[in-house]
Design a protein around this ligand. Structure first.
Ligand code: NDP
Length: 452
């Protein structure tokens, strides 16, 4: 009997073992999902809206219950886990209120008596999701997908099955008909067959590059739509005319929230050489203040990483960068799945902390002499998810925006997701967009209707 076990990364204790679904069970779940699609797509927007608002209310009502599961399973500090659940309620509410408008027929004047585009659901969509935001990553897919009339099937990361089953429960408690949203308890080895299954019409994946490449190639071979939200190596570009104290606060949050395990985290700090010394000094004071500890403690800001192997990977990237000549400013030590908040300066583009994604609480610092050099350094990455620019000269900063090869440019703010704005990347960060009107239109058939 195959099982997947959730382990608390803070203390190594086993939380629960889950029996994985067999091939027959998977086929049965997909069949039920497909059957449900034909009635779900007929529901009117007010009905879907009512249920999605119920989901938002359920998330608000039992925030603590859902947040605690995530904290136990992947080490996210409880305060941040609660904020994540609240954000999920926001995305449900957002799509409940806006989906109908996002998907209304688009009239287009042609030679026809009437011609328009209608946006119709595709059917069963598979979501392959990661553990770093175990609810948010799923809800930002599920809320628009369900509102568009699709059916969601989730294959969550193997270490967060408790959270995955909670999500299924949330939709059930909200009153969604059975099989509108189902969690498959399967490992990554089952994904290829699921994508190939004719019932599955499209797939979305958030996760690493190799996982994205595997999923997208199976989808491609089977002519199925895919959306990929992969890694990032965002730069924090600090110009000499920035508001230093404010910028430092934002940079610390950008790198260290969620214990650094975020695709859009600011991983590479690029700072003007003329202010670097003062900036780093002040930054370190703030990093030293970050409170590490038991993720269940409300005071904790830095938890453990989600698994010990992830902390080991980070340790190697930091150590290799130091061996290559970088300077440790603070932190640098690992204990099991915990990694100290770390700042490393003197990082060059050849070092792992610059040219690889670091998925944990470690910030690399590189200096530049001109703005053109800063742009070049920022773009010197295989990823293209986002960048933050810090300057009091907003006009000039805005003019720079188009020079960055990124899915998002944020000025005087950390890169963050917002239901109202599209989210996604270019280059190895993936393709397609989530959230906003752009996200809900990813998994629809844009049907041309022509009446003569
Ligand atoms: P993965 O990309 O391996 O896991 C993400 C999801 O993809 C999980 O559900 C996983 O399933 C699944 N998956 C993995 N390999 C395949 C495959 N070949 N075919 C189909 N599905 C697959 O992330 P890791 O947990 O290994 O983390 C490694 C690195 O990935 C991190 O250090 C970070 O750099 C990056 N990452 C990026 C994220 C982001 O937000 N963009 C989120 C998480 C990780 P299973 O758990 O069963 O293996």
């Amino acid at each position: 009997m195959a099982t997947k076990t959730s382990i608390n990364p803070y203390n190594g204790a086993e939380i629960k073992s889950y029996k994985t679904h067999t091939k027959t069970e998977i086929q049965d779940i997909l069949k039920q999902a497909d059957k449900r699609f034909y009635s779900w797509r007929e529901t009117a927007f007010p009905e879907r809206k009512k249920l999605m608002l119920n989901a938002a209310a359920e998330l608000k009502k039992n925030t603590k219950e859902y947040a605690e599961t995530m904290t136990l399973e992947m080490g996210k500090p409880i305060k941040q886990a609660i904020a994540e659940i609240e954000k999920c309620a926001w995305v449900c509410k957002y799509y409940a209120e806006h989906a109908e408008n996002h998907l209304k027929d688009e009239l287009i004047k042609t030679d026809a008596h009437k011609s328009y585009v209608s946006f119709e659901p595709l059917g069963v969509v598979l979501a392959v999701m990661p553990w770093n935001y175990p609810y948010w990553q799923v809800f930002r897919f599920a809320a628009p997908a369900l509102m568009a009339g699709n059916i969601g099937v989730l294959k969550h990361a193997s270490n967060v099955f408790g959270s995955a089953l909670n999500i299924e429960k949330i939709f059930k408690r909200a009153g969604f008909p059975d099989h509108c949203f189902t969690t498959l308890k399967v490992g990554s080895d089952a994904v290829e067959e699921i994508i190939k299954n004719p019932i599955v019409k499209a797939v979305t994946l958030t996760g690493s590059g190799p996982a994205g490449a595997a999923v997208a190639s199976t989808a491609g071979k089977n002519i199925k739509k895919s959306v990929l939200e992969l890694g990032g190596n965002n730069a924090l570009v600090v110009l000499k005319d920035c508001n230093m104290d404010k910028t430092i606060d934002i940079c610390v949050q950008a790198r260290f929230q969620n214990t650094g395990q975020s695709c859009i985290a600011g991983k590479r700090l690029l700072v003007d050489a003329s202010i670097a010394e003062k900036f780093i000094k002040k930054l370190i004071v703030k990093v030293r203040e970050l409170k590490s500890g038991d993720p269940m403690d409300e005071e904790t800001y830095i938890g453990t990483l989600a698994r010990e192997d992830l902390a080991q990977d980070l340790e190697k990237q930091v150590t290799d960068s130091l061996d290559a000549g970088a300077k440790l400013e603070i932190g640098g030590k690992r204990q099991n799945a915990y990694f100290e908040p770390t700042v490393v300066s003197g990082v060059t583009p050849k070092m792992p902390m610059f040219n690889e994604e670091t998925f944990g609480p470690a910030l690399s610092v590189t200096t530049f002499k001109t703005v053109d050099e800063a742009i070049e350094l920022s773009n010197d990455s295989k990823f293209g998810l986002g960048v933050s620019i810090f300057s009091e000269d907003i006009e000039t900063a805005e003019k720079m925006a188009f020079k960055f090869n990124e899915g998002a440019v944020f000025i005087n703010e950390l890169v963050k997701s917002d239901p109202r704005l599209p989210f996604g990347g270019v280059k190895k960060s993936g393709y397609g967009r989530e959230l906003s009107e752009h996200g809900i239109r990813e998994f629809v058939n844009r049907k041309t209707v022509y009446i003569n």
